[in-house]
Design a protein around this ligand. Structure first.
Ligand code: B12
Length: 209
C-alpha cells in the first residue's frame, strides 16, 4: 500500500486498512519514526483541517482517531523494544477539560521505549490529581498535554498548584500539544516544551544527565 493510500485510510477512519498498511510499511523496512512522522501524523493534520472547514464533524474525527490509534498500536511493541537504561520516572496526563490523548500516549510510549518509567494519569486530569501523583510517585518529570486553546490555562493552574503546595521545585515540568508553544511554556512557568514525541524524549533526557 502506498503511503498516500494509508494516509487516506486514516483520514476516512478505516482502522483495519490502516493497520494493514502500517504492517506493510514495516515489512518494507520503513522506520517507525518515518511511519509516524510522514504517514500517521500528517493524516491527523488533514483531519483537523477538514474539521476546521466544517467538511467533517466530531463523529468522523473520532473514527479517524481510532484508525490512527490502530496504526500506532502496530508500532507500539517496536517502540517499547529499545531496552535502554533506566532514566527515571515521568507522570503524564492531559489537563482538565481535555479528552485528546493520542499525542500524549505517543509521548508516553516513546519515553517508555527510551527507558523512562511512565505513570499515565489519562485525560481530563485535574490539577489536584497531578499534585497527588507528584507527592505519591516523586517523578523527575511531569508532562502536561493540551490540545484545546480553552484548556491551555489548566496547564498554568496545575503548575501554580504545584508551587502553592511546595513541590514545584522537586520536578521538571514539560508541556506540549498542538496549540502549545515555547513562548507559552515560558509564560506559564514550565521548564520545557516539545513539539513532538522525539523532542520530548530528548528534552526529558537533558533534565537528568
Ligand atoms: C483526533 C481529534 C479529536 C478526537 C480525540 C480522540 C483522542 N482519543 O485523542 C475527538 C473526536 C475526541 C476530538 C474532540 C474534540 N476536538 Co479535537 N482534534 C483531533 C485532531 C484531529 C487530531 C489530534 C491528534 O491526535 N493529533 C495527532 C497527535 C500525534 O498529535 P498531537 O496531539 O499534537 O501530539 C504531538 C505533539 O503535540 C506533542 N505532545 C502532545 N502532548 C504532549 C505532552 C507533552 C508533555 C509533550 C512534551 C509533548 C506533547 O507530541 C505529540 C506526538 O508527536 C485535532 C487536529 C490537530 N491539528 O491537532 C483536533 C482539534 C485539537 N480538536 C478540536 C476541537 C475543537 C475539538 C472539540 C471541542 C470538538 C467538539 N466540538 O466537540 C472536542 C473537544 C473534546 C474535549 N473536551 O477534549 C480543535 C481545537 C481548536 C482549538 N483552537 O482549541 C482541533 C485543532 C481541530 C480544529 N482544527 O479545529 N478531537
Amino acid at each position: 500500500m502506498l503511503r498516500e493510500e494509508i494516509r487516506e485510510h486514516v483520514i476516512l477512519g478505516h482502522a483495519t486498512e490502516t493497520e494493514t498498511g502500517v504492517q506493510e510499511l514495516l515489512t518494507a523496512q520503513v522506520s517507525v519514526d518515518e511511519i509516524i512522522q510522514q504517514v500517521l501524523v500528517p493524516a491527523m493534520a488533514v483531519v483537523g483541517e477538514k474539521f476546521r472547514r466544517n467538511e467533517i464533524f466530531v463523529p468522523e474525527m473520532l473514527i479517524a482517531a481510532r484508525a490512527m490509534q490502530a496504526g500506532l498500536a502496530v508500532l507500539e511493541p517496536l517502540i517499547l523494544q529499545t531496552g535502554r537504561q533506566y532514566m527515571g520516572r515521568v507522570v503524564i496526563g492531559t489537563v482538565k477539560g481535555d479528552l485528546h490523548d493520542i499525542g500524549k500516549k505517543l509521548v508516553a510510549t516513546m519515553l517508555q521505549g527510551a527507558g523512562w518509567e511512565v505513570i499515565d494519569l489519562g485525560v481530563d486530569v485535574a490539577p489536584e490529581k497531578f499534585l497527588q501523583a507528584v507527592k505519591e510517585h516523586k517523578p523527575e518529570v511531569v508532562g502536561l498535554s493540551a490540545l484545546l486553546t480553552t484548556t491551555m490555562p489548566n496547564m498554568k493552574a496545575t503548575i501554580e498548584l504545584l508551587k502553592e503546595e511546595g513541590v514545584r521545585d522537586q520536578v521538571h515540568v514539560m508541556v506540549g500539544g498542538a496549540p502549545v508553544t515555547e513562548k507559552f511554556a515560558k509564560e506559564v512557568g514550565a521548564d520545557g516544551f516539545a513539539a513532538d514525541a522525539g523532542e520530548a524524549v530528548e528534552k526529558c533526557a537533558a533534565f537528568v544527565v
